[in-house]
Design a binder for this molecule. Sequence first.
Ligand SMILES: CC(C)(COP(=O)(O)OP(=O)(O)OC[C@H]1O[C@@H](n2cnc3c(N)ncnc32)[C@H](O)[C@@H]1OP(=O)(O)O)[C@@H](O)C(=O)NCCC(=O)NCCS
Length: 175
Amino acid sequence: MSQPSLDAVVEPDETKGTLRIRTASVSDVESLSIYFTSLSTTTRNKRFMGARADLAVVAAECVAKAGHPDRFTLLAELRQEGQSTIIGETLYAYDAASRHGDFAISVADVFQRKGVGLKMMSAMERHASDLGHEMIAAETARANAEMRGLAKKAGFEDTGLGDWQSVHLAKRLSR
Ligand SMILES: CC(C)(COP(=O)(O)OP(=O)(O)OC[C@H]1O[C@@H](n2cnc3c(N)ncnc32)[C@H](O)[C@@H]1OP(=O)(O)O)[C@@H](O)C(=O)NCCC(=O)NCCS
């Protein structure tokens, strides 16, 4: 029987570690802050849609409501020789007014394009569906090719409601 927080265990190619996707708890705040600090400026700016200097505060916000029924943070953690390193995160929150979930995601620069983002998206969708949520929506910069590519591969569709700068994407979850 797996631990309740465990979403997926896989062997990422080209690394000797094990990738584990799990929900974050308040004890992860320091590691998450270190993770955000380690991101390149470009990745960080895309993740937060602008510059953020207060990364310890951001990390604390991500885990502050751990256990809240309508939001969660997933961490992608690489385990190598007994050491765990966060290499990706996804923050998910449900908006009761618009009746859909919203999310933000990042993967550490050197681990991008290895399938980690897609695995976190699948884990996020499973979690959201388990919570009874039926729709996930996202807004991303039109120029963000990697996020648009990831969303498309995950089955999100362009709702057509964006403008010249942003794209609005949505996916209905099957139960
Ligand atoms: C977006 C992001 C999370 C994707 O994570 P990732 O682990 O690199 O994505 P994956 O390896 O799972 O890629 C899955 C698919 O997404 C698409 N994709 C990923 N990177 C891409 C890129 N640079 N250009 C075009 N498509 C891309 C591809 O279709 C890819 O499948 P393929 O490799 O079989 O072609 C990562 O690029 C990132 O952290 N970007 C900066 C933060 C950000 O922009 N977040 C979104 C706003 S919150």
